[in-house]
Design a protein around this ligand. Structure first.
Ligand SMILES: NC(=O)c1ccc[n+]([C@@H]2O[C@H](COP(=O)([O-])OP(=O)(O)OC[C@H]3O[C@@H](n4cnc5c(N)ncnc54)[C@H](OP(=O)(O)O)[C@@H]3O)[C@@H](O)[C@H]2O)c1
Length: 191
């Protein structure tokens, strides 16, 4: 069965973004998890999808222009992800969204559709976020692996990755790697 792999960037105090919903603790949204060769589908929450689509579309169209989340020109690794990003099918969990710019995007109304997706043949599936979607899919026992990049920062006020998580779950540490500028990559199997 294909694995569903959640991957997020967080501060040491577990925040995935600031209080206004701006993920300004992250300097670039490149695939620092090494997922590109391994996945051929993406799952996202309806809260983050419109901004995600807008961010990567603007980099695809104008790779030299400053982008709005980071306030910088995209890095070479972001440009690489922007070329890859719109190709695999995107499955967006939402009961309200109905339209997307990317032709490979479809809307998923319930978790049973994610369970069915895992049964289909293919490579692994990247759970891009956001927090509430990641929490609900982990609670439902659908996420096989959690990849975190921990930034050397106590963010203080902000939105926590696991704020809406309801169930306790054990993790198996699979890999730890020190990254540049004090970041740490952690890979856990979810029991
Ligand atoms: N730090 C990082 O690495 C990282 C990565 C990605 C995103 N983010 C941040 O994440 C933020 C968005 O996260 P979020 O928690 O606000 O929203 P989200 O998880 O992207 O989306 C939540 C929405 O998804 C739908 N949904 C989620 N679970 C569902 C379920 N079990 N069944 C049906 N629908 C479900 C609902 O949409 P409807 O209301 O339409 O039904 C819900 O309102 C963004 O602001 C972004 O900055 C951070």
């Amino acid at each position: 069965m294909r694995k569903l792999i959640a991957a997020m960037k967080i501060s040491v105090d577990g925040k995935m973004e600031g209080p206004q919903g701006s993920a300004d603790l992250v300097e670039a949204w490149s695939d620092d998890y090494g997922l590109m060769p391994q996945i051929d589908a993406c799952v996202l929450g309806g809260g983050m999808y419109p901004g995600y689509e807008q961010y990567w579309t603007s980099i695809q169209k104008e790779p030299d222009k400053v982008v709005w989340i980071t306030g910088r020109a995209p890095t070479p690794a972001e440009i690489e992800w922007s070329r890859f990003a719109a190709q695999p099918p995107h499955y967006v969990l939402s009961s309200t969204l109905t339209s997307a710019l990317w032709p490979n995007t479809s809307f998923v109304r319930g978790l049973e559709e994610i369970a069915a997706l895992k049964q289909q043949p293919g490579k692994d599936i990247y759970l891009v976020g956001g927090a509430r979607t990641t929490a609900s899919l982990i609670d439902a026992g659908l996420v096989d692996e959690l990849r975190l990049i921990v930034y050397p920062l106590i963010a203080g006020k902000g939105n926590a990755l696991f704020a809406t998580t309801e169930r306790r779950r054990g993790l198996d540490l699979r890999k730890v790697q020190q990254l540049p500028e004090g970041r740490v990559s952690l890979i856990y199997g979810i029991r």
